[in-house]
Design a protein around this ligand. Structure first.
Ligand SMILES: Cc1cc2nc3c(=O)[nH]c(=O)nc-3n(C[C@H](O)[C@H](O)[C@H](O)COP(=O)(O)O)c2cc1C
Length: 473
């Protein structure tokens, strides 16, 4: 089953209605494959996991599911569950289940060409090129009724914006977000939320020298190898400008998490080059502490040493990397899955999709590999809200499922590839060249600007996990 079949649309000739308490993914597949409605008993209709059993009837309770097949609009209405609508209405949309079914089949739209979408229910697609007219994101599956305005999104975009200190790229982008759809009267409608950010300071000419030479350790060579065309100037989709769309969508996810689930996300710079700072109590770090220094390291003395390392690298025409630590507070026990959908696997995929990220650790991470079990185990203790652990080397996730402790992770960023100092390398045709890219507006260290990107990807992963967990109950 793929996108070629599942096309909910208003353009249709006839409508068939099916009222059944036992509609299921298999039932839909049957319709899609044969065009003939068939009935299944509840047991036969729900051969999947327990989560799927519970999930689908709740979905039908809230929405009518429709899809177009051979010019016939099939509609499935589960009248018997309709009374439960109040309980689960904010959770899922009908389109979400069709997408889940598509992704179960491994035939998501555009797969194999370029994946621009993240999430299974709370699905975010980013769009736009670094030096095109605009970039942004479309969120599909955002529950209705969430209070949302541009002012909820803009602060995070401002934190990611370049040109805000002498430590970041001087590209002057105002990064004003506009909500184009999915919100009316200050509340989400359950329809796609489209967020657009205009590119104002695009200067493709700055990248002229890169036409014939792939930047060492950047995305130019591999993009051309895969797509047979040069990435548009400035890296196109591989440019970190794409992350503005993630940050905008992440702000919406953060709002959803805070208001519906009591979950908050905070990240900070915990290392630049060899200057490191570890928070004594990661779960106590607040965003105000993080923003107290331009470095986004809550410790002023460490931040100053990090700033010196960045300025020293910039003076040499060079770049430096580092680590961002993230903490998600208020995540209840029970989010995530035990096999391929492990919470830390999804978080890891989210973080590793950020440009320049080279590593992800949850809890004790690689340091845990050097410990003994007796020293590493998180013992259970009775806490105020129920069973918890006295240490958190698991990073809040055990067996792929959250255990109720703060989710703590670290993300390693490499020193960015584009450096001002000349580099001896080779052109696409193999000719040796000395590459000079001093005109481009590049970050000597992306860490301070990467903080809101890490927060955004954590929020997107958790919002999706939250909706999946709610659907599975
Ligand atoms: C916020 C942010 C800003 C970035 N700015 C730059 C930059 O100015 N110059 C650069 O070469 N790379 C920059 N990068 C990283 C590149 O986009 C990335 O290294 C490149 O796409 C290649 O991907 P890879 O490093 O993941 O292999 C930035 C990354 C982030 C997260």
């Amino acid at each position: 089953m793929g996108n070629r079949h599942a096309k909910p649309s208003g353009r249709h000739n006839t409508t068939r209605k099916h009222t059944s308490a036992s509609v299921s993914s298999r039932y839909i597949r049957c319709l899609l494959e044969t065009g003939e409605p068939r009935k299944f008993t509840h047991e036969a209709a729900f051969p999947g996991s327990a989560a799927e059993h519970a999930f689908l009837p709740r979905l039908w309770a809230t929405r009518r599911v429709g899809f177009l097949l051979d010019d016939t609009l099939y509609e499935i209405v589960d009248e018997s569950c309709r009374s439960a609508a109040g309980a689960c209405a904010p959770v899922l949309t009908a389109a979400a289940v069709l997408r889940i079914l598509c992704s179960h089949e491994g035939e998501g739209p555009g797969e194999g060409i370029m994946s621009n979408t993240f999430g299974r229910i709370f699905r975010v697609t980013t769009f736009g090129e670094s030096h095109g007219p605009a970039i942004g994101a479309v969120i599909d599956g955002c529950p209705p009724g969430l209070a949302l305005a541009e002012a909820d999104i803009q602060p995070q975009l401002d934190r990611r914006r370049p040109g805000r200190s002498d430590l970041s790229s001087p590209r002057a982008e105002p990064d004003r977000v506009r909500i184009l759809s999915g919100v009316s009267g200050g509340r989400t409608l359950g329809s796609p939320v489209a967020l657009v950010i205009e590119n104002r300071d695009a200067r493709p000419a700055d990248y002229r020298e890169l036409r014939d030479v792939p930047r060492p350790s950047h995305a130019d060579f591999t993009y051309r190898a895969k797509y047979g065309v040069a990435a548009p100037s400035g890296g196109g989709r591989a440019s970190a400008r794409e992350t503005a769309g993630r940050v905008a969508a992440g702000a919406v996810a953060e709002k959803l998490l805070a208001e519906r689930f009591g979950v908050s996300v905070v990240a900070w710079v915990s290392a630049v080059e060899d200057v490191a700072w570890e928070a004594e109590s990661p779960a106590a770090v607040r965003r105000e502490d993080v923003d107290a220094t331009p470095l986004r390291c809550p410790d002023a003395a460490a931040a100053e040493r990090m700033a010196r390392a960045i300025r020293s690298a910039a003076a040499d025409g060079d770049s430096v990397g580092g680590i961002v630590t993230g903490v998600c507070r208020g995540v209840p026990a029970g989010w995530g899955e035990p096999v391929f959908g492990k919470l830390h696997a999804v978080l890891g995929a989210a973080m590793l999709s950020i440009p320049a990220v080279k590593g992800f650790e949850i809890g004790s991470g690689f340091a845990g590999a050097r410990m003994r079990g007796s020293a590493h185990n998180d013992r259970f203790v009775m806490k105020e809200g129920g069973l918890g652990t006295d240490t958190n080397r698991s990073g809040g996730v055990q067996g792929g499922i959250s255990n109720g402790e703060p989710v703590v992770f670290r993300v390693a960023f490499k020193p960015v590839a584009t450096i001002a100092r000349p580099q001896d390398t080779a052109a696409y045709d193999g000719a040796p060249v000395t590459l000079r890219v001093s005109e481009g507006r590049h970050d000597p260290c992306v860490l301070p600007r990467a903080v809101p990107v890490v927060e955004a990807m954590a929020a997107l992963a958790l919002a999706d996990a939250a909706l999946l967990a709610a659907a599975g109950r």
